[in-house]
Design a protein around this ligand. Structure first.
Ligand code: ZN
Length: 405
């Protein structure tokens, strides 16, 4: 058990997952060093009664309906709403708290769709698939293209892990994506979460809201009659930069699935080399046939090239530094190399050490929200799965990746 601290340490900003935006990534995994809390309510939370919480924030009051996920010794809580958003509420912000007789239930697809439409600017509609609620104000054809891409990724992702001995769980909440018609309206909406980084981010998954936000990549903003049509989508995917943009969307969608299907838990201290490396592992796009994404675990050419360049100047403690802390993944000076190494490491471990990787992913899946893991604990978790000889493993890793073509 970690030592108990009274106060919940939360993010100053919402916590979107970002692919290449390391400046914002630096704010991403909140100050876990001071986030040791009491996870006592975790076990009970799932089947618990519905909680109501009124809080004071920004000179106004907010009413939340959902459940307490974690409660700190001083009464601060991590609260999850029925829409699946996470709130960290300090004791002095709490105005009123009560429990219902009713058991907590997430919102159904149609209830969630109605609630989301109230939050969005006018003009949005919803499109639902088996696992997703997509809110859009672009063409229905584009929303359908997104839905089909996400569902294929969902099936691919869950089958992939099931075949490797780790069975993902069904998401408790419908998975939500907001798709804006154009970059400008997306930016107006997303700036609240991303600040200025919004200018260089084309889509993101937010750990706080549990949603993806993006815009229509066909990007003709209502001027073209066939905007979002199959023909327009095919033309967009034929553009030279399409691979990168589709990879970004698949990357973010992978995060969302991983955090909703039991591989990771939101606000748990999952090392970034794992969560990011896994998302990069899945993002490798395949633009043949106009669908944007088809296969899993193909060699990611861009990351392999990037890692090959890094390997020539790679320090002896590179693996250790990646395993011990998120620093290299978060720092804009080192992130390109670190993302490449995280992809290569996940690729190596998934393919060459499948049993050990499965055991390690099970350890990650069991991590509780807002409980931090020290660098030593991270290493110990890694050693427990992959063995004590990290130097030997590192040599094997480099030899393995050097042979990839
Ligand atoms: Zn990411």
């Amino acid at each position: 058990m970690p030592a108990l601290r009274a106060r919940l340490a939360g993010p100053e900003h919402p916590l979107p997952f970002l692919v290449r935006e390391v400046a914002v990534l630096a704010r991403l995994f909140f100050r876990l060093s001071v986030a040791l809390v009491v996870p006592a309510l975790l076990a009970a939370a799932r089947a618990d009664a519905l909680d109501h919480l009124t809080l004071r924030r920004d000179a106004g009051q907010v009413k939340l309906v959902g459940r307490v996920v974690v409660e700190a010794a001083d009464g601060g809580v991590l609260f999850e709403t029925r829409e699946s958003a996470l709130w960290i509420v300090q004791p002095e912000e709490q105005v009123e708290r009560s429990k219902d007789e009713v058991t907590y239930e997430p919102l159904a697809h149609n209830e969630l769709a109605a609630a989301l439409l109230k939050e969005l600017p006018p003009g949005f509609e919803t499109y639902e698939t088996k696992h997703y609620v997509i809110c859009f104000n672009t063409s229905r054809a584009y929303a359908q293209w997104c839905g089909s891409l996400f569902e294929r990724l969902y099936t691919g992702f869950t089958n992939y892990w099931s075949n490797r001995g780790f069975t993902p769980t069904e998401p408790e909440h419908p998975l939500v994506a907001f798709v804006f018609a154009d970059r400008a309206s997306y930016a107006r909406y997303a700036r609240v979460e991303l600040n200025d980084a919004v200018d260089s981010i084309i889509g993101y998954y937010s750990l706080r809201t549990n949603r993806m936000t993006m815009y229509d990549l066909t990007g003709t903003a209502g001027t073209s009659a066939d905007r979002g049509s199959a023909a327009q989508i095919a033309r967009t995917l034929a553009q030279p930069d399409a691979a990168k943009t589709v990879a970004t969307i698949v990357h973010e969608a992978t995060h969302q699935i991983a955090f909703n299907c039991g591989l990771h838990r939101r606000y748990a201290d999952i090392p970034l080399w794992v969560s990011e490396g896994m998302a990069v592992y899945f993002e490798t796009p395949d633009l043949d046939g106009g669908k944007g994404w088809r296969t899993i675990g193909k060699i990611n050419r861009a990351r392999l090239l990037s890692f090959a360049a890094y390997a020539r100047r790679r320090p002896a403690d590179s693996l250790l530094s990646l395993l011990r802390a998120n620093t290299r993944m978060q720092n804009s000076q080192t992130a390109v190399d670190a993302y490449a190494e995280a992809w290569a490491l996940n690729y190596f471990l998934i393919n060459a050490k499948p049993k050990q990787y499965q055991a390690y992913i099970e350890t990650m899946a069991a991590k509780k929200p807002l409980v931090s893991t020290s660098p030593e604990e991270r290493l110990a978790e890694f050693r427990a799965a992959f063995g004590d000889d990290i130097e030997g493993l590192d040599r094997e890793f480099i030899r393995y990746v050097a042979r990839l073509r």
